[in-house]
Ligand binder design. Sequence first.
Ligand code: ATP
Length: 228
Amino acid sequence: MTATVTTTGLALDGVTLEYGSGDTLVTALDEVTLTVEPGQFVAVVGPSGSGKSSLLAVAGALIHPTRGRVRIADVEVSGTKARDLAELRRTRIGYVFQSGNLPASLPVRDQLLLVPHLSGRITADARAYADELLEAVGLTAKAGRRPHELSGGERQRVGLARALMNRPAVLLADEPTAALDRRRAREIVALLAEQSHRRGAATVMVTHDTELLDSADRVVHMRDGRLE
Ligand SMILES: Nc1ncnc2c1ncn2[C@@H]1O[C@H](COP(=O)(O)OP(=O)(O)OP(=O)(O)O)[C@@H](O)[C@H]1O
């Protein structure tokens, strides 16, 4: 399989996101401009309510901004139809959740194979790639275990490997260390950085934890919907 070469990972240009209107208007994102190159790992840090989840929702093509432009792997999101956006999310974006979000009944290897399964077919290439990713996150020996037989850190590793299965151009991580102690949190962030570099994904991790930023190529601060 040949990887798609893109010049842009993720580009937000003057992005404003408003919820509600009139007296209830909330400006969750205020003229945000951010470019993340393929393979770059950017940490966005900010307090609760500063707009981090909103940023990820826009960057993941889940919400259209009120104003501004979003480009994901050279696709201009604003002009794209809902069906094509769903395809874009499925094929070009990886998402790491706060606490793994793993279906309880599936063994680790099948958690990864769910990704090609949902795209229609589990090919030999997909099986080989699942094994490569399990090796990369150190879980080869635990490929047959179910989520409840894993530690919190191991579950997050599965979540990361699963997010990489579609060879995403853009990898988004929403407080991926929320459920972990400090040492495990550092390990996951270091692994996220390493995998972003190695696989060429433009990665954004949002966190409120300022002690987890050593591995980031770039740190941007968010306050009241603005990047500082
Ligand atoms: N669906 C919504 N409707 C109205 N306001 C919203 C909605 N979602 C978020 N907001 C508001 O937008 C602002 C940014 O919220 P957001 O969830 O993006 O912040 P956050 O930095 O991710 O916070 P946290 O760390 O607590 O998750 C907040 O003032 C929030 O109350």
